[in-house]
Design a protein around this ligand. Structure first.
Ligand code: TLP
Length: 347
Protein backbone atom coordinates (compact mmCIF):
# COMPACT_ATOMS: atom_id res chain seq x y z
CA UNK A 1 0.00 0.00 0.00
CA UNK A 2 1.57 3.33 -0.99
CA UNK A 3 2.04 5.75 1.89
CA UNK A 4 -0.62 8.34 2.62
CA UNK A 5 -0.43 11.78 1.06
CA UNK A 6 -1.01 13.84 4.19
CA UNK A 7 -2.17 17.37 3.40
CA UNK A 8 -4.06 17.92 6.67
CA UNK A 9 -1.37 20.28 7.96
CA UNK A 10 2.31 21.13 7.74
CA UNK A 11 2.49 19.98 11.36
CA UNK A 12 2.62 16.35 10.17
CA UNK A 13 6.18 16.43 8.80
CA UNK A 14 8.59 13.82 10.17
CA UNK A 15 12.07 14.95 11.26
CA UNK A 16 14.70 14.67 8.50
CA UNK A 17 17.69 12.35 8.84
CA UNK A 18 19.86 15.39 9.67
CA UNK A 19 17.44 16.43 12.42
CA UNK A 20 17.45 12.94 13.93
CA UNK A 21 21.27 12.85 13.92
CA UNK A 22 21.45 16.28 15.53
CA UNK A 23 18.94 15.19 18.17
CA UNK A 24 20.98 12.10 19.01
CA UNK A 25 24.19 14.11 19.31
CA UNK A 26 22.73 17.17 21.07
CA UNK A 27 24.60 18.62 24.01
CA UNK A 28 22.04 19.12 26.77
CA UNK A 29 21.63 20.58 30.27
CA UNK A 30 18.74 21.58 32.52
CA UNK A 31 16.93 24.38 30.70
CA UNK A 32 14.96 25.34 33.81
CA UNK A 33 18.37 26.47 35.17
CA UNK A 34 19.07 28.08 31.77
CA UNK A 35 21.86 25.51 31.31
CA UNK A 36 20.93 23.74 28.10
CA UNK A 37 23.55 24.90 25.57
CA UNK A 38 21.53 23.79 22.53
CA UNK A 39 18.38 25.57 23.70
CA UNK A 40 20.45 28.68 24.44
CA UNK A 41 22.04 28.54 20.99
CA UNK A 42 18.64 28.16 19.29
CA UNK A 43 17.26 31.13 21.22
CA UNK A 44 20.28 33.28 20.36
CA UNK A 45 20.09 32.38 16.65
CA UNK A 46 16.36 33.09 16.53
CA UNK A 47 16.85 36.49 18.19
CA UNK A 48 19.64 37.26 15.73
CA UNK A 49 17.61 36.28 12.65
CA UNK A 50 14.55 38.24 13.84
CA UNK A 51 16.66 41.16 15.12
CA UNK A 52 14.86 41.07 18.46
CA UNK A 53 16.58 41.39 21.85
CA UNK A 54 15.68 37.94 23.16
CA UNK A 55 13.91 34.68 22.39
CA UNK A 56 12.34 31.83 24.36
CA UNK A 57 11.89 28.22 23.24
CA UNK A 58 8.35 27.02 24.03
CA UNK A 59 6.78 23.61 23.40
CA UNK A 60 3.92 24.90 21.22
CA UNK A 61 2.75 27.90 19.26
CA UNK A 62 -0.31 28.11 21.46
CA UNK A 63 1.85 28.45 24.57
CA UNK A 64 3.91 31.16 22.90
CA UNK A 65 0.82 33.12 21.84
CA UNK A 66 -0.95 32.79 25.16
CA UNK A 67 2.18 33.75 27.10
CA UNK A 68 2.26 36.95 25.04
CA UNK A 69 -1.45 37.62 25.66
CA UNK A 70 -0.89 37.16 29.41
CA UNK A 71 2.04 39.57 29.50
CA UNK A 72 0.51 42.30 27.34
CA UNK A 73 -2.90 42.45 29.02
CA UNK A 74 -4.71 42.81 32.34
CA UNK A 75 -7.83 40.81 33.29
CA UNK A 76 -10.97 42.53 32.04
CA UNK A 77 -9.40 43.83 28.84
CA UNK A 78 -10.18 42.97 25.22
CA UNK A 79 -7.95 41.56 22.50
CA UNK A 80 -8.73 42.85 19.00
CA UNK A 81 -8.22 40.09 16.45
CA UNK A 82 -9.39 39.16 12.95
CA UNK A 83 -12.44 36.92 13.29
CA UNK A 84 -10.73 33.81 11.89
CA UNK A 85 -7.55 34.31 13.96
CA UNK A 86 -5.95 31.22 15.50
CA UNK A 87 -5.53 32.79 18.96
CA UNK A 88 -9.29 33.30 19.09
CA UNK A 89 -10.58 30.15 17.35
CA UNK A 90 -8.12 27.34 17.99
CA UNK A 91 -6.46 27.92 21.34
CA UNK A 92 -9.42 26.90 23.45
CA UNK A 93 -10.65 29.88 25.45
CA UNK A 94 -7.21 30.36 26.96
CA UNK A 95 -7.24 34.14 26.65
CA UNK A 96 -10.26 34.18 28.95
CA UNK A 97 -9.36 31.24 31.22
CA UNK A 98 -5.72 32.25 31.73
CA UNK A 99 -5.57 35.98 31.06
CA UNK A 100 -9.14 37.02 31.89
CA UNK A 101 -9.56 38.69 28.49
CA UNK A 102 -12.32 38.82 25.95
CA UNK A 103 -11.69 38.55 22.22
CA UNK A 104 -13.05 41.39 20.10
CA UNK A 105 -13.21 39.70 16.67
CA UNK A 106 -13.17 41.92 13.58
CA UNK A 107 -14.19 40.89 10.07
CA UNK A 108 -11.80 41.82 7.29
CA UNK A 109 -14.17 43.40 4.79
CA UNK A 110 -12.29 42.28 1.68
CA UNK A 111 -12.28 38.67 2.92
CA UNK A 112 -8.48 38.43 2.86
CA UNK A 113 -8.14 38.07 6.62
CA UNK A 114 -5.72 41.01 6.53
CA UNK A 115 -7.14 43.87 8.58
CA UNK A 116 -6.67 47.55 7.78
CA UNK A 117 -5.99 50.06 10.53
CA UNK A 118 -9.48 51.52 10.06
CA UNK A 119 -11.05 48.11 10.65
CA UNK A 120 -8.97 47.63 13.79
CA UNK A 121 -9.60 51.15 15.00
CA UNK A 122 -13.36 50.65 14.86
CA UNK A 123 -13.03 47.84 17.41
CA UNK A 124 -10.70 49.60 19.85
CA UNK A 125 -12.04 50.93 23.11
CA UNK A 126 -9.68 53.69 24.13
CA UNK A 127 -10.64 56.26 26.74
CA UNK A 128 -14.23 55.01 26.32
CA UNK A 129 -16.89 55.11 29.03
CA UNK A 130 -15.68 53.47 32.26
CA UNK A 131 -18.18 50.62 31.85
CA UNK A 132 -16.75 49.55 28.46
CA UNK A 133 -13.95 46.97 28.61
CA UNK A 134 -10.75 48.64 27.41
CA UNK A 135 -8.61 47.19 24.64
CA UNK A 136 -5.39 45.67 25.96
CA UNK A 137 -3.83 44.14 22.85
CA UNK A 138 -4.02 43.85 19.09
CA UNK A 139 -3.20 40.38 17.77
CA UNK A 140 -2.13 39.90 14.13
CA UNK A 141 -1.42 36.69 12.21
CA UNK A 142 1.08 36.25 9.34
CA UNK A 143 0.49 34.16 7.32
CA UNK A 144 -3.19 33.96 8.15
CA UNK A 145 -4.02 30.29 8.47
CA UNK A 146 -7.81 30.18 8.20
CA UNK A 147 -7.85 32.93 5.58
CA UNK A 148 -5.94 30.59 3.23
CA UNK A 149 -2.38 31.55 4.11
CA UNK A 150 -2.79 35.20 3.11
CA UNK A 151 0.08 37.52 3.97
CA UNK A 152 0.48 40.77 5.84
CA UNK A 153 3.04 43.08 4.23
CA UNK A 154 5.72 44.88 6.14
CA UNK A 155 4.08 48.23 5.25
CA UNK A 156 0.67 47.18 6.62
CA UNK A 157 2.28 45.77 9.78
CA UNK A 158 4.24 49.00 10.27
CA UNK A 159 1.13 51.09 9.78
CA UNK A 160 -0.95 49.10 12.27
CA UNK A 161 1.81 48.98 14.88
CA UNK A 162 2.68 52.66 14.57
CA UNK A 163 -0.91 53.73 15.11
CA UNK A 164 -1.47 51.18 17.89
CA UNK A 165 1.64 52.46 19.68
CA UNK A 166 0.36 56.03 19.38
CA UNK A 167 -2.56 54.80 21.50
CA UNK A 168 -0.17 52.96 23.86
CA UNK A 169 -1.49 49.61 22.67
CA UNK A 170 0.88 46.66 22.22
CA UNK A 171 0.76 44.39 19.16
CA UNK A 172 1.49 40.66 19.20
CA UNK A 173 2.19 38.88 15.93
CA UNK A 174 1.25 35.22 15.57
CA UNK A 175 3.89 34.35 13.02
CA UNK A 176 3.42 30.58 13.19
CA UNK A 177 4.19 30.59 9.44
CA UNK A 178 6.07 33.89 9.14
CA UNK A 179 8.82 32.22 7.09
CA UNK A 180 6.19 31.30 4.49
CA UNK A 181 4.99 34.91 4.52
CA UNK A 182 8.55 36.19 4.08
CA UNK A 183 9.11 33.92 1.07
CA UNK A 184 5.82 35.01 -0.53
CA UNK A 185 6.56 38.70 0.06
CA UNK A 186 10.26 38.41 -0.83
CA UNK A 187 11.02 40.14 2.45
CA UNK A 188 12.84 39.11 5.62
CA UNK A 189 11.22 37.76 8.78
CA UNK A 190 13.05 40.54 10.66
CA UNK A 191 11.30 43.22 8.57
CA UNK A 192 7.90 41.58 8.98
CA UNK A 193 8.38 41.19 12.73
CA UNK A 194 10.16 44.47 13.56
CA UNK A 195 7.15 46.71 14.28
CA UNK A 196 5.44 44.19 16.60
CA UNK A 197 6.13 44.15 20.35
CA UNK A 198 6.25 40.36 20.40
CA UNK A 199 6.31 37.63 17.79
CA UNK A 200 5.79 33.89 17.94
CA UNK A 201 6.91 31.55 15.18
CA UNK A 202 6.68 27.76 14.89
CA UNK A 203 9.57 25.43 14.14
CA UNK A 204 7.14 22.55 13.87
CA UNK A 205 5.05 23.72 10.91
CA UNK A 206 6.49 24.48 7.47
CA UNK A 207 10.01 24.36 8.90
CA UNK A 208 9.53 20.69 9.76
CA UNK A 209 10.93 20.33 13.30
CA UNK A 210 9.12 17.69 15.37
CA UNK A 211 8.30 20.03 18.28
CA UNK A 212 8.71 23.64 19.30
CA UNK A 213 8.05 27.32 18.77
CA UNK A 214 9.87 30.52 19.66
CA UNK A 215 8.57 33.66 21.34
CA UNK A 216 10.54 36.87 20.71
CA UNK A 217 10.55 40.35 22.20
CA UNK A 218 12.57 42.65 24.40
CA UNK A 219 14.85 41.14 27.02
CA UNK A 220 12.54 42.28 29.82
CA UNK A 221 9.53 40.74 28.06
CA UNK A 222 11.30 37.41 27.53
CA UNK A 223 12.48 37.32 31.17
CA UNK A 224 8.84 37.55 32.24
CA UNK A 225 7.77 35.10 29.53
CA UNK A 226 10.09 32.49 31.07
CA UNK A 227 8.10 32.74 34.31
CA UNK A 228 4.77 32.44 32.47
CA UNK A 229 6.08 29.42 30.56
CA UNK A 230 6.89 27.77 33.90
CA UNK A 231 3.42 28.58 35.24
CA UNK A 232 2.01 26.76 32.22
CA UNK A 233 4.23 23.74 32.86
CA UNK A 234 6.53 24.49 29.97
CA UNK A 235 9.91 24.22 31.73
CA UNK A 236 11.29 21.31 29.71
CA UNK A 237 14.66 20.36 31.29
CA UNK A 238 16.95 18.65 28.70
CA UNK A 239 15.05 20.23 25.81
CA UNK A 240 18.26 20.46 23.76
CA UNK A 241 17.26 17.23 22.01
CA UNK A 242 14.30 19.18 20.57
CA UNK A 243 16.18 22.42 20.06
CA UNK A 244 18.80 20.56 18.00
CA UNK A 245 16.15 19.69 15.42
CA UNK A 246 14.79 23.23 15.72
CA UNK A 247 18.18 24.69 14.82
CA UNK A 248 18.30 22.69 11.61
CA UNK A 249 14.72 23.72 10.84
CA UNK A 250 15.63 27.36 11.38
CA UNK A 251 18.81 27.34 9.28
CA UNK A 252 17.91 24.92 6.48
CA UNK A 253 14.17 24.66 6.00
CA UNK A 254 13.28 28.18 4.76
CA UNK A 255 15.12 27.37 1.49
CA UNK A 256 12.59 24.65 0.66
CA UNK A 257 9.47 26.77 1.20
CA UNK A 258 9.24 28.11 -2.40
CA UNK A 259 8.72 24.52 -3.49
CA UNK A 260 5.83 24.09 -1.01
CA UNK A 261 4.29 27.30 -2.35
CA UNK A 262 4.59 26.12 -5.96
CA UNK A 263 2.87 22.85 -4.99
CA UNK A 264 0.09 24.75 -3.23
CA UNK A 265 -0.42 26.98 -6.28
CA UNK A 266 -0.61 23.95 -8.58
CA UNK A 267 -3.11 22.29 -6.24
CA UNK A 268 -5.23 25.45 -6.12
CA UNK A 269 -5.23 25.76 -9.92
CA UNK A 270 -6.28 22.13 -10.32
CA UNK A 271 -8.95 22.38 -7.62
CA UNK A 272 -10.39 25.55 -9.19
CA UNK A 273 -11.29 23.55 -12.31
CA UNK A 274 -13.44 21.04 -10.39
CA UNK A 275 -17.23 21.39 -10.59
CA UNK A 276 -18.91 23.17 -7.67
CA UNK A 277 -15.60 24.11 -6.01
CA UNK A 278 -14.88 27.73 -5.18
CA UNK A 279 -11.37 29.07 -4.84
CA UNK A 280 -9.37 31.83 -6.49
CA UNK A 281 -5.89 30.40 -7.10
CA UNK A 282 -4.57 33.97 -7.36
CA UNK A 283 -5.06 34.29 -3.61
CA UNK A 284 -2.96 31.22 -2.83
CA UNK A 285 0.48 32.70 -2.15
CA UNK A 286 1.88 30.43 0.57
CA UNK A 287 1.38 26.74 1.47
CA UNK A 288 -2.31 26.73 2.46
CA UNK A 289 -5.15 25.93 0.06
CA UNK A 290 -8.72 26.39 1.32
CA UNK A 291 -11.61 25.71 -1.05
CA UNK A 292 -15.35 25.91 -0.61
CA UNK A 293 -17.27 22.75 -1.51
CA UNK A 294 -20.80 23.92 -0.58
CA UNK A 295 -21.98 23.67 -4.21
CA UNK A 296 -20.58 20.21 -4.94
CA UNK A 297 -23.60 18.38 -3.52
CA UNK A 298 -21.32 16.75 -0.91
CA UNK A 299 -20.12 17.80 2.52
CA UNK A 300 -16.51 18.68 3.27
CA UNK A 301 -16.29 15.89 5.86
CA UNK A 302 -17.84 13.40 3.41
CA UNK A 303 -15.33 14.31 0.71
CA UNK A 304 -12.44 14.04 3.20
CA UNK A 305 -13.65 10.59 4.33
CA UNK A 306 -13.68 9.31 0.73
CA UNK A 307 -10.29 10.86 0.04
CA UNK A 308 -8.90 9.06 3.09
CA UNK A 309 -9.96 5.71 1.65
CA UNK A 310 -7.98 6.65 -1.44
CA UNK A 311 -4.87 7.52 0.56
CA UNK A 312 -5.19 11.32 0.54
CA UNK A 313 -5.72 13.27 3.75
CA UNK A 314 -7.22 16.77 3.85
CA UNK A 315 -9.19 18.54 6.63
CA UNK A 316 -12.80 19.66 6.58
CA UNK A 317 -13.45 23.12 8.05
CA UNK A 318 -17.22 23.74 7.91
CA UNK A 319 -18.16 23.97 4.22
CA UNK A 320 -14.52 24.22 3.19
CA UNK A 321 -11.59 21.85 2.85
CA UNK A 322 -8.03 22.76 3.78
CA UNK A 323 -4.92 21.24 2.21
CA UNK A 324 -1.47 22.30 3.38
CA UNK A 325 1.75 21.54 1.51
CA UNK A 326 5.05 20.76 3.24
CA UNK A 327 8.38 19.09 2.55
CA UNK A 328 7.02 15.54 2.77
CA UNK A 329 4.71 16.30 -0.20
CA UNK A 330 6.01 16.13 -3.79
CA UNK A 331 4.61 17.58 -7.01
CA UNK A 332 3.71 14.02 -8.03
CA UNK A 333 1.70 13.70 -4.79
CA UNK A 334 -0.17 16.88 -5.75
CA UNK A 335 -1.19 15.40 -9.11
CA UNK A 336 -2.33 12.21 -7.36
CA UNK A 337 -4.34 14.19 -4.81
CA UNK A 338 -6.01 16.15 -7.63
CA UNK A 339 -6.85 12.98 -9.52
CA UNK A 340 -8.46 11.42 -6.43
CA UNK A 341 -10.39 14.59 -5.62
CA UNK A 342 -11.67 14.81 -9.18
CA UNK A 343 -12.84 11.21 -8.97
CA UNK A 344 -14.55 11.69 -5.56
CA UNK A 345 -16.42 14.74 -6.85
CA UNK A 346 -17.55 12.88 -9.96
CA UNK A 347 -19.55 10.37 -7.83
N1 TLP B 1 -2.38 25.45 13.67
C1 TLP B 1 -2.81 24.09 13.45
C2 TLP B 1 -4.23 23.86 13.97
O1 TLP B 1 -4.32 24.29 15.28
C3 TLP B 1 -5.29 24.53 13.15
C4 TLP B 1 -2.73 23.78 11.97
O2 TLP B 1 -2.79 22.59 11.63
O3 TLP B 1 -2.60 24.70 11.16
N2 TLP B 1 -0.92 29.98 15.22
C5 TLP B 1 -1.28 29.54 14.02
C6 TLP B 1 -1.50 30.52 12.92
C7 TLP B 1 -1.43 28.16 13.77
O4 TLP B 1 -1.81 27.75 12.58
C8 TLP B 1 -1.21 27.25 14.83
C9 TLP B 1 -1.43 25.77 14.65
C10 TLP B 1 -0.82 27.77 16.08
C11 TLP B 1 -0.70 29.14 16.24
C12 TLP B 1 -0.61 26.89 17.30
O5 TLP B 1 0.51 26.10 17.20
P1 TLP B 1 0.60 24.75 18.09
O6 TLP B 1 -0.21 23.72 17.38
O7 TLP B 1 2.05 24.46 18.10
O8 TLP B 1 0.07 25.06 19.43
Amino acid sequence: MPSLIDLRSDTVTKPTAAMRRAMADAEVGDDVYGEDPTVNHLQERAAEIFEKEAALFVPTGSMGNQTAVKLHTKPGQEVVIEERGHIYNFEMATMSAFSGCLARPVKSQDGSGILTWDEIKGAIHHNSAYYVAPTGLIALENSHNLAGGSVLTRERTEDICLRAHEMNLPVHLDGARIFNAAVALKDSVANLARPADSVMFCLSKGLGAPVGSILLGTKAFIDEARTVRKILGGGMRQAGVLAAAGLIALEESPKALPNDHANAKRLAEGVAELPGVKIDPENVVTNIVIFDVADTGQTADGICAQLRERGVLMSGFGAAIRAVTHYDVTSVNIETALRELRSVLAH
